[in-house]
Design a protein around this ligand. Structure first.
Ligand SMILES: [Zn+2]
Length: 230
């Protein structure tokens, strides 16, 4: 004396399955207490008696997976639980066909892999852009300091162009390759490699004092590299 399926309450387009707040038994086969049930003619039915026993539960949270699983299922149901405080049913997840869930998982995984491939392509493009930028930077260094060894210019440019480092090369002025920004990058490099600046800092000399002590050395290197002679 099973009631017709059409008496199962429907919300929207699908069947509704309840997570009961109280211990309930199936009115047809006596199974229970039930963790999930349908209501047919006002009486609780276990999923097996409601012919929904073959479906698998997918908790809410992954929108794409849920949508694809439901689309692929000939039969599916929305699982709800009553929230007493808010006096309303809240959606907990869905019941879908196992094969549909497996297929949906595959497709979502394929999407994730496609996204990963796109990220990799973006990284390659970014690296190429950084490389072009560093090359232009080095060219500008050599224009301003024609006797700077090209290899040094290349290293200074690469160092100043390091993505996300906050170094001068990544700043707006550095991006624009203004003489001021390029010169600042060169001076910073000369300080660390052509003078005893780092050693002074290591000995605890305050930065301002250390810069004063090496100022002449920096100026000599810049002159040697041909500043202002081009
Ligand atoms: Zn039953």
């Amino acid at each position: 004396m099973a009631l017709p399926r059409s008496t199962t309450p429907a919300v929207g387009t699908g069947l509704v399955v309840f997570q009961p707040l109280k211990r309930k038994r199936c009115a047809e086969c006596g199974a229970g207490p039930l963790s999930l049930l349908t209501l047919e003619g006002g009486g609780p039915r276990c999923l097996d008696c409601a012919d929904l026993g073959h479906l698998v539960y997918l908790p809410r949270g992954d929108t794409a997976l849920t949508r694809r699983s439901r689309e692929g299922s000939a039969l599916s149901a929305v699982v709800v639980r009553f929230n007493r405080r808010k006096s309303r049913y809240e959606r907990q997840g869905v019941l879908v066909e196992e094969a549909a869930l497996a297929l949906a998982e595959q497709r979502c995984l394929a999407d994730a892999e496609a996204r990963a491939r796109r990220r990799a392509r973006d990284a390659v493009r970014r690296a190429a852009r950084d490389e072009r930028f560093a090359a232009a930077f080095a060219e500008e260094i050599l224009r301003l300091f024609p006797r700077c060894p090209p290899e040094r210019a290349g290293r200074i440019a690469a160092h100043a162009s390091v993505r996300g480092s906050g170094r001068v090369g990544r700043s707006a002025a550095g991006q624009a390759l203004t003489p001021r920004a390029v010169t600042a990058a060169v001076i910073a490099a000369v300080r660390h490699t052509e003078t005893e600046y780092d050693a002074l800092l290591m000995r605890g000399i305050p930065r301002g004092e250390a810069r004063r002590r090496i100022a002449r050395g920096v100026e000599e290197t810049l002159r040697a590299w041909g500043r202002g002679t081009s």
